[in-house]
Design a protein. Structure first.
Length: 233
């Protein structure tokens, strides 16, 4: 059934190309791109590039932000014909619904719980990375300890499952995978105590549908994690 949905999605998008708008970073949009790559959907990445220091000019986005017809303007945004959405998780769920990567109905609320849990980790990661140089250096060791405590909880929850809902990947996994990869880049040994999480990350990296994205140096996978003003990019 999922395979049919993937094939249908390609036909749908040949009529109207879906658009994802975001900064020229992985940031909050990369899970959306991963989902679209996984389901073989042809889409347009609308990229906004922040200016260099010291002003980090963002007029490329703010000059357009309120003139695009978005209901609640923000980045990332999705445009699918006349339909639009903003905010990462609503877009993720919309795409998963349209292209066959929603979790089973029986696991819907558990997956939303995992996504909220992972978002909390991501917020901590963002706060650390966008702090001042002094604060980043001072707070990094404590943040790593806090991240490990949260990872221990996620490791216990995941247990021996291949993916959050069992054997099949869903949108929640792509969202969780992205922040786990970010944490490994911040602290390369951070998953060493959690063999199931290391295997989980590797399982997504080995997905055949994502190999082109992971290997193409021009793909968004090779974009910085954070924007130019961040201490850790």
């Amino acid at each position: 059934r999922i395979q049919i949905l993937f094939e249908d999605s390609k036909a749908i998008m040949s009529e109207t190309k879906l658009k994802i708008g975001y900064w020229k970073i992985r940031g909050l949009a990369e899970p959306l791109r991963l989902l679209l790559k996984y389901t073989n959907v042809d889409f347009e990445d609308v990229i906004y590039e922040c200016g260099d220091a010291p002003t980090f000019d963002k007029s490329c986005w703010f000059d357009k932000k309120y003139n695009m017809g978005l209901d609640l303007p923000n980045l990332p945004y999705l445009e699918d014909g006349d339909f639009n959405l903003t905010q990462t998780l609503p877009i993720l769920h919309y795409l998963a619904s349209k292209f066959g990567l929603l979790p089973p109905a029986s696991m819907k609320f558990q997956c939303e719980m995992v996504e909220s849990f992972v978002m909390d980790i991501n917020i901590g990661f963002i706060r650390l990375c966008y702090s001042s140089e002094e604060s980043f250096k001072e707070n990094r060791p404590g943040a790593i300890i806090s991240f490990k405590e949260l990872l221990a909880q996620f490791s216990k929850y995941l247990g021996s499952k291949d993916y959050v809902v069992g054997e099949a990947i869903c949108c929640t996994d792509l969202f969780a995978f992205e922040i786990l990869d970010k944490l490994e880049r911040l602290e390369p040994n951070i998953l060493d105590e959690y063999s199931n999480l290391k295997a989980y990350v590797q399982r997504v990296k080995d997905e055949p549908r994502l190999q082109t994205h992971f290997q193409d140096p021009e793909s968004t996978w090779f974009y910085p994690l954070n924007n130019k003003m961040a201490q850790f990019k």
